[in-house]
Design a binder for this molecule. Structure first.
Ligand SMILES: Nc1nc2c(c(=O)[nH]1)N[C@H]1C(S)=C(S)[C@@H](COP(=O)(O)OP(=O)(O)OC[C@H]3O[C@@H](n4cnc5c(N)ncnc54)[C@H](O)[C@@H]3O)O[C@H]1N2
Ligand code: MOO
Length: 435
């Protein structure tokens, strides 16, 4: 196909999607399909499901706390700086100059109690070194001149200049960060500076991934009606990137043994979140709904008015306070991504005690066709000025999202060129590596 043919075909697909759509209210009135939850409401339901649960906490060495959330406030265990220190390499001086240079070694960072200075005396000092008692100022090397045993200043010396007084940043006991803060590399640095060896945090939510489907190959090229499993390689790292600890990725068949294994996981998995893929629709071997029914799970979201991904679901497993949930991702790969961003991400953030991502909008480049009733999530590239919709955004395609920076939230009926659209960033967009 030429690019123009491909564009046509994709536009036709978009249009077809709109034509076959049905007003969910009509389905409801006719007693047909269940009413799909509106997309913004589905996200709210996911946030609310993950909030207000009994949080687990643990105490871990600093290095293990990265990416977790503080379960207790970070209070300074010491003054910072913990002693008066020099902000520059140069001279500690006492009183007005010129000063007599003290012979011998200067004061280095890490030296304990330097001799006090006499009035009119100067001693060499390094950045970060403890200030000798009775120092009135530090003069930077480049602003000083030595003449024999005398030191002269090239510019006016102000009392206290280039001295960092003890407690300038905080006093012992000061609140540095509230409980609920995300432990970033900067937080690890601050915690270490403030005297911590361990932190009390909320562990990452544990996630077990169950990939359903008999048609899935784990290697080689698709053949004989079988296709490659595109979700296993994608979901583990993606969920890890969203702050989860992925405990296992298991493949489950569409046969009765598969249904049994799914039921066992729903009942007994020690994961906070079970993520399933496939089997959410109404096909002959789609056993997510029957298994949830059998397990007595409470369906919090059962279908969302969003394309792709509308059969996605969220269920509570067990007691509310336990916070165990299942998110059912549809099998079509872009539909699975849509459900990941709509339900799993907000739920995981809430379960981890993390704040939700800040919302922002970007003007879209070009008109975007809409669905008559449902929100659309469309892969976009972000330029300095625009969100540029990408082709190959059909439910079974990953080609668009693999090249994308985010998904644009297109309201029912579509968007006009230049209209501001909310963007759901893909978690790696701001850079960084994956290890
Ligand atoms: N009668 C209806 N049929 C379908 C509906 C509907 O409303 N009524 N919805 C369609 C939509 S929309 C979607 S999305 C899919 C969701 O289907 P399931 O979640 O039940 O998923 P499956 O049937 O198992 O698979 C769908 C599709 O995705 C492929 N797949 C599954 N797993 C993977 C994987 N790990 N890697 C790559 N591809 C995968 C699978 O082979 C199918 O092609 O249902 C529609 N049908
Ligand atoms: O079309 Mo379905 O909405 O999720 O792929």
């Amino acid at each position: 196909m030429t690019p123009t043919d491909a564009d046509h075909a994709l536009r036709a697909l978009d249009e077809a999607l709109a034509l076959v759509s049905r007003d969910p209210r009509a389905d409801d009135a006719a007693g047909g399909l269940h009413r799909a939850t509106a997309w913004p409401k589905a996200r709210e339901a996911a946030i609310s499901a993950g909030s207000g649960i009994r949080p687990r906490t643990h105490r871990v060495p600093l290095g293990d706390a990265l990416g977790e959330v503080l379960a207790q406030s970070l209070d300074a265990l010491t003054d910072l700086p913990s002693f008066d220190s020099s902000a520059m390499d140069g001279w500690a001086v006492a009183g007005p100059g010129p000063w007599t240079i003290r012979t011998g070694a200067g004061v280095l960072a890490g030296s304990d109690r330097p001799e006090p200075l006499a009035d009119g005396e100067a001693v060499r000092i390094a950045t970060g070194a403890r200030i000798p008692a009775d120092t009135t100022a530090v003069i930077r090397t480049e602003h000083s001149r030595e003449s024999g045993t005398q030191l002269h200043a090239d510019r006016t010396v102000l009392t206290g200049q280039d001295i960092r007084p003890r407690g300038q940043e905080c006093r012992s006991g000061d609140l540095l960060l509230p409980a609920g803060s995300l432990v970033t590399p900067a937080v690890l640095g601050l915690a270490a500076a403030a005297g911590y060896d361990e932190l009390t945090t909320r562990p990452r939510p544990r996630v077990e991934i169950l990939v359903l489907g008999d048609e899935l190959l784990t290697e080689g090229r698709p053949h004989d009606g079988l296709i490659r499993d595109a979700l296993s390689p994608m979901l583990g790292p993606w969920l890890t990137r969203l702050g989860a600890e992925v405990t296992a990725t298991r493949r489950i068949g569409d046969d009765p043994a598969g249904a049994k294994a799914l039921l066992a996981a729903v009942k007994d998995s020690d994961a906070d979140l079970v993520v399933t893929t496939g089997g959410t629709a109404a096909g002959p071997v789609d056993h997510v709904h029957p298994v949830l029914r059998e397990a007595g799970a409470e369906l919090l979201v059962d279908g969302v008015a969003v394309r792709p991904g509308h059969p996605m679901l969220l269920a509570r497993l067990g007691d509310r306070a336990d916070g165990r949930h299942l998110v059912g991702l549809p099998g079509n790969p872009l539909a699975a991504v849509s459900a990941l961003l709509t339900l799993a991400e907000p739920l995981l953030r809430a379960l981890a005690g993390r704040r939700q991502r800040p919302r922002y909008t970007v003007p879209v480049q070009g008109d975007v066709p809409g669905h008559p009733y449902d929100t659309r999530l469309v892969p976009v590239l972000l330029t300095d000025e625009h969100a540029v919709p990408l082709r190959y955004n059909g439910p079974a395609m990953l080609r668009g999202v693999a090249a994308a920076d985010g998904l644009a939230v297109v309201p029912p009926h579509g968007a006009r060129d230049g209209q501001d659209l909310e963007i759901l960033d893909l978690p790696w967009v701001s850079g960084g590596c994956f290890t």
